[in-house]
Design a protein around this ligand. Structure first.
Ligand code: ZN
Ligand code: ZN
Length: 105
């Protein structure tokens, strides 16, 4: 592979934008890797920043999961209460109906 800027020189590195670069064109930036120019350096730094932010996402996902679990537990309690109320209502209704039918006899 030849350099993107110097077709007569062999490439020794590749920029983030996939341009091959010779030794002269490589601007090794320790934080973002090989870049062909300031424009790509800025882009690489943006990508690096985003990837750092993304690496914080698992913690956020964990927090969201915990919140969802807590909400599920709360919902389960609400459903249990509704179930108990329904059963109580059914029992009291059955009691009322049996009393009414007893009175009718
Ligand atoms: Zn070059
Ligand atoms: Zn580039």
């Amino acid at each position: 592979m030849k350099c993107f800027n110097h077709p007569d020189k062999d490439a020794v590195g590749m920029c983030n934008c996939r341009k091959f670069l010779c030794h002269e064109c490589c601007h090794p930036e320790s934080s973002v890797g090989v870049v062909c120019g300031p424009e790509c350096k800025a882009k690489a730094e943006r990508v690096l920043k985003i990837s750092e932010e993304v690496s914080e996402v698992p913690g956020m996902v964990n927090r969201v999961n915990q919140e969802a679990k807590r909400r599920q537990k709360r919902l389960a309690i609400v459903f249990a209460v509704i179930n108990v109320l329904t059963i109580l209502m059914a029992i009291s209704l059955g009691f009322l109906v049996s009393r009414i039918t007893a009175r009718l006899k």
